[in-house]
Design a protein around this ligand. Structure first.
Ligand code: GDP
Length: 190
């Protein structure tokens, strides 16, 4: 999929378009590997737009060919932004989660960093809203088997079953597509 399938770049909650297909949200700390994952999952240029300086704080909606829409949320936890920017992020993100109700949220976690407070807060936020999520450990190729086993034990305590993904090797990508199909697309037609 190319960036021309960008449906909308949303910078204010009131600008969300009405969508007929279910939305899958992708969120995580800055640098977690979200852009790389989206590129692998839905196509080459898709996630580059959100990295363009000055455009980082929007929510980018992409139509996929599989009957769902990807919402690329700005990474949270970046140290350099001002308080005003953080507030703008919170307003936009809460407007999205609380009124647009994504059918599924992919909560991306960096397994080498472990469960950060931001990741745990985000998990609690989704739980409080009753929003379904899938926990994803990114950059799987960077961990040796023994490190992965250790990280799995530690993270699954906090986040439940993890799906391991590598944007580099493609590991887990098909499984994520299947999960989305099963939990989002198939459900739509019931
Ligand atoms: P974002 O800020 O969450 O969008 O993160 P990016 O996708 O830009 O990735 C942050 C850094 O992690 C970049 O240097 C990527 O090359 C690297 N990265 C992302 N995914 C992977 C992966 O699956 N494997 C490895 N080894 N590196 C990755």
């Amino acid at each position: 999929m190319k960036s021309r399938q960008l449906l909308a770049a949303v910078h204010r909650p009131e600008d969300f378009p009405t969508l007929s297909d279910p939305v899958v949200a992708f969120a995580g700390r800055s640098n977690v590997g979200k852009s790389s994952l989206l590129n692998r999952l839905i196509g080459a240029d898709a996630a580059r737009v959100s990295k363009t300086p000055g455009r980082t704080h929007g929510i980018y909606l992409y139509r996929t060919q599989e009957g769902w829409i990807a919402a690329d949320l700005p990474g949270f936890g970046f140290a350099k932004v001002s308080r005003g920017d953080r507030q703008a992020w919170a307003t936009l993100a809460s407007g999205f989660f609380e009124t647009r109700t994504p059918a599924l949220t992919a909560a991306l976690i960096d397994p080498r960093i472990g469960p950060s407070d931001l990741d745990l807060d985000f998990r609690d936020y989704l739980r409080d809203l009753g929003l379904p999520s899938v926990s994803i450990a990114t950059k799987a190729d960077r961990l040796k088997a023994v490190e992965r086993a250790r990280a799995t034990r530690a993270l699954e305590k906090d986040f439940g079953p993890l799906l391991w993904i590598s944007a580099r090797t493609g590991e887990g990508i098909e499984e994520l597509k299947k999960t989305i199909r099963r939990r989002v697309v198939d459900r739509k037609s019931r």
